[in-house]
Design a protein around this ligand. Structure first.
Ligand SMILES: [Mg+2]
Length: 230
């Protein structure tokens, strides 16, 4: 290992799910909140991009006028995971974005230690990367189920990666790869480098304004990305 840790965001960075996350979560809310809420469960006003699952669920509860408690967030999360698993088993909606598998393989060959840094609940994160054939590329992660705050979950992911390498986290080179302004801000908050890609929720111009270390329209040209990171 070269002692460098990569933390990959999932949605909009590695893959796209065509809105299955929101649809599935709305179904989980309908089941959990009961008939009185069924007609007005629309998570449209809740920002999904770059947000963590627990924060999205809490925002949904608030939006629907339901009490926000840890138990309620956990109950909806559990339903969400069950429905997501069943939906993906029935018809896998996830599409891998161009170049990401090749990029992860090249980084592995260069001895980067790769994990996930994602707002997804851990079980949803592994299910999604499995659905696009990349489960074995990632050895660890920081997840939405670890912390609702994105910087905090990146820190947890980094620490797990460093522990696997037997290194002190603060002395590791850490590179965050993500598609939103929140990925960039959270990476900065833990002192990490950040590679932004405009394949998800944010425009190239908006990402450029946040001054990531590197910015790509997509990861189609893998060698260009490798040259920037190495
Ligand atoms: Mg994302």
């Amino acid at each position: 290992m070269n002692g460098a840790i990569i933390l990959w965001d999932i949605d909009g960075t590695i893959l796209r799910g065509g809105g299955i996350g929101q649809r599935t979560l709305e179904k989980a809310f309908r089941e959990a909140l009961g008939d009185g809420h069924a007609a007005r469960v629309d998570l449209g006003p809740v920002p999904f991009h770059g947000n963590t699952d627990p924060a999205i669920i809490a925002a949904g509860l608030e939006l629907f006028g339901a009490p926000v408690s840890e138990a309620m967030v956990a109950a909806i999360a559990e339903r969400y995971l069950a429905i997501l698993g069943a939906e993906v088993a029935r018809e896998n909606p996830f599409v891998r974005l161009p170049g990401v598998l090749e990029l992860a393989e090249r980084l592995a060959a260069l001895d980067f230690h790769q994990g996930l840094g994602t707002g997804n609940l851990e079980a949803a994160a592994w299910l999604k990367v499995e659905a696009v054939g990349m489960r074995q590329r990632f050895a660890f992660g920081g997840f939405g189920s670890d912390a609702a705050d994105r910087a905090e979950l990146l820190r947890i992911g980094r620490d797990r990666g460093a522990r696997q390498l037997g290194l002190v986290p603060e002395r590791c080179r850490v590179v965050v790869i993500g598609d939103t302004l929140k990925d960039i801000a959270a990476a900065r908050a833990i002192g990490a480098e950040v590679v932004a890609v405009a394949t998800g929720g944010e425009s190239h111009a908006a990402l450029a304004d946040a001054r990531p270390d590197h910015l790509f329209e997509s990861f189609e040209d893998v060698e260009e990305v490798i040259a920037a990171i190495t």
